[in-house]
Design a protein around this ligand. Structure first.
Ligand code: ZN
Length: 290
């Protein structure tokens, strides 16, 4: 599932290409891609794109005139741009059996929403209603914004003392945009076991976790995201982060820090990768005294 770095990569590409372009057509092939049906998707036609933004894993496009489009890619969703100048009657390799929605623009470019498994969702709604939409309403802080410091993270952890670190990092209400890949990577960076309880994380470790989260997400953005199976950016390119990942997808391979073999366990219902030496278990940390 695309996480913050993947959605941010797409956002930057759409921002560079779509600002000021007017929507000329909307073709819906799978009506359930649009959730809620608060506004007919056709209302975006004739409106120039004013802003392309991201909140957590949600991508937003605001048009002039106060109408917005939200997209959550979920499992297999892709947003693919057809280059400017492609004749309308030319078949596109991006137009496939998985194409659910096609947006046309006044310069002849097109944006395909492809979604093999159909879990992805789009919403067209008044821009004024965006903050209250169910995709965004209960979302936690943006980890790459300045306000996400050790103090804020520590306060968040203190509210969930009995939850595991892995579980809270996956909770979009706790912090926005982190999924399975970057949660495992951030915990390895901080030297924290995924099963450690939030209430048992001391202050220096909170700072290390905050830095780990910011570092892995920033590296993810710099590498154009992670491609496990389906993710490609708006130009159809795979992300390169997994080439440098420390633990995710590396079970059986040596830790990049200490050469201990990386293991995969299940935490919070998800496959979880860790180094048993760098990420010491809570039990081992509580060694008998005296
Ligand atoms: Zn290690």
């Amino acid at each position: 599932m695309p996480e913050l770095p993947e959605v941010e990569t797409i956002r930057r590409q759409l921002d560079a290409r779509l600002i000021g372009r007017s929507v000329s057509s909307v073709e819906t092939r799978w009506h359930k891609s649009f959730t809620g049906r608060r506004v007919d998707p056709g209302v975006v036609v004739g409106r120039p794109v004013a802003r392309v933004w991201r909140r957590g894993k949600v991508l937003g496009i605001d048009t002039d005139g106060g109408i917005s489009l939200l997209t959550h890619l979920r499992m297999t969703g892709q947003l693919l741009l057809e280059p400017v100048g492609t004749p309308r009657d030319t078949p596109s390799p991006k137009d496939t059996g998985a194409t659910r929605v096609v947006f046309g623009f006044d310069d002849g470019s097109r944006l395909y929403f492809n979604d093999q498994r159909k879990f992805g969702r789009m919403v067209v709604l008044p821009t004024a209603d965006v903050p209250a939409d169910q995709l965004l309403a209960r979302m936690g802080p943006e980890p790459l914004e300045p306000g996400f410091d050790a103090e804020a993270l520590g306060a968040g952890l203190a509210r969930h003392p009995s939850m595991t670190l892995k579980a809270v990092l996956l909770d979009q209400g706790f912090v926005a945009g982190i999924g399975n890949i970057y949660a495992d990577e951030a915990l390895w960076r901080a030297g924290l076991h995924p099963q450690r309880r939030c209430g048992a994380v001391r202050r220096p470790a909170v700072a290390a976790l905050r830095d780990g989260i910011v570092t892995v997400l920033s590296e993810g953005v710099a590498r154009g995201g992670s491609t496990l199976r389906d993710y490609v950016d708006a130009q159809g390119q795979r992300g390169g982060y997994l080439d440098i990942a420390a633990v995710y997808g590396r079970s059986g391979q040596p830790c990049r820090r200490c050469s201990t073999v990386i293991v995969k366990i299940t935490v919070a219902g998800r496959g979880t990768h860790l180094c048993p030496s760098c990420q010491v278990t809570p039990r081992k940390r509580r060694a008998p005294r005296g």
